[in-house]
Design a protein around this ligand. Structure first.
Ligand code: GLY
Length: 371
């Protein structure tokens, strides 16, 4: 077996390991076996990921004497809904899934979220293992146990906190991703530096571009630090009653932009996060929390790797401020005209506040979006 780094999400009896390294997928069977209650697993993946990685995973399971089935879903966010959930549950029951059967989520955030939620509700809860193959899912969605589906009322409104038994992140699986997808994941990596690790952000300023271009060692190091940061935060606040909200830096703005862009390919989640984080720093500056130099560094960094940092960087979008404000209000973070936001006192000094007046947010959005 090739070497890997092991991190831990400490959650008492529900603690689990994150294994990060190169060449993990070909030996996934051996790695997974100690975590199975029976020598049987069911892989859930999508058509795109299946073409690239399904055979490697299946061969490794067979080599480890693990019986496996696979369910291949269409690629895309549309599978995170009640219909696909119902179909998936039916297919699993037809395969005679048992309490001791483990689901393996092979793919990106959509596959992980849907598989995790299915595992949470099927037979009142069966085990699942995350095998994330995108940068975004390796550094964010596969860790921390947020699972769920979308409804017509909004994204991720139905779900459960349900932790995996293991996360297996093979850095080599990132090689097949399009640059735009790497960048979308990178936006979240930079987020960890901006939340509470100024040294990591400095390291990214030096190494981010090469990481995005494909340097595997830099990717490995960045995934490890990102997962460690997230694991530490989740360990102290699994259900987001406190510090876990820091992980939403840039997300309130980002979700509003995504909603306005129709959750389409025009604006990927990570791109929206990069712009949203820059806007959170704009608001922080406008309210006197951080220095202009901090905002400049954030924007300069996202720009240097090729990410947008400004609403106007998204070609063809004419952002309507009232509409963006409405989306933010719908995010259920507004009380008595004040919004819950993650702001920053500087690089690596994010904090959560409930006390920001909507007018301040609107003024900054108007100034920035129309500048
Ligand atoms: N993606 C934010 C969280 O897991 O809390």
């Amino acid at each position: 077996m090739s070497a890997h780094e092991t991190l831990r999400v400490e959650l008492g009896k529900r603690s689990y390991e994150i294994q990060v390294g190169n060449g993990l997928l070909p030996s996934a069977g051996e790695r997974i076996k100690p975590y199975l209650m029976q020598d049987r697993a069911i892989i859930i993946t999508d058509e795109n990921v299946a073409k690239l990685h399904l055979n490697v995973l299946k061969n490794s399971l067979v080599a480890a004497n693990i019986k496996c089935h696979e369910i291949v879903l269409p690629a895309g966010e549309q599978t995170k809904d009640f219909n696909f959930l119902q179909n998936l549950v039916s297919q699993l029951l037809e395969l005679n899934v048992e309490r001791g059967t483990t689901l393996l989520a092979l793919g990106g955030g959509v596959t992980g979220d849907l598989t995790g939620f299915t595992a949470a509700i099927l037979l009142r809860g069966i085990d699942f293992i995350q095998i994330p193959t995108t940068l975004l899912s390796q550094v964010d969605s596969s860790v921390g146990g947020k699972t769920g589906i979308n409804t017509r009322h909004g994204k991720n409104l139905v779900g459960a906190f349900y932790q995996p038994k293991l996360v297996l992140s093979d850095i080599d699986s990132l090689d097949t991703l399009a640059k735009r997808e790497i960048l979308a994941g990178y936006a979240e990596i930079a987020k960890y530096g901006l939340i509470n690790n100024a040294k990591f952000f400095e390291w990214l300023e030096e190494n981010g571009a090469a990481l995005c271009e494909g340097n595997r060692e830099l990717r490995r190091q960045a995934v490890i630090i990102s997962c460690q940061t997230k694991a530490n935060i989740v360990s102290t606040d699994e259900r987001e009653t406190g510090d876990r909200a820091l992980l939403n830096l840039g997300h309130t703005f980002g979700h509003a932009l995504e909603a306005e862009a129709g959750f389409s390919n025009r604006l990927l989640h990570g791109e929206a996060v990069a712009i949203g984080i820059s806007l959170a720093f704009d608001v922080s500056l406008a309210l006197g929390f951080c220095a202009r130099e901090d905002v400049k560094r954030v924007r300069a960094h996202y720009k240097s790797v090729g990410l947008p940092s400004h609403p106007k960087d998204i070609f063809g979008m004419n952002w309507e401020i009232p509409s963006l404000m409405r989306h933010m209000k719908n995010d259920k973070k507004v009380k008595n005209g004040h919004i819950r936001l993650v702001l920053a006192r500087g690089i690596g000094q994010a904090f959560v506040t409930d006390a920001i007046a909507m007018e301040n947010v609107r003024d900054t959005l108007e100034r920035i979006t129309h500048s």
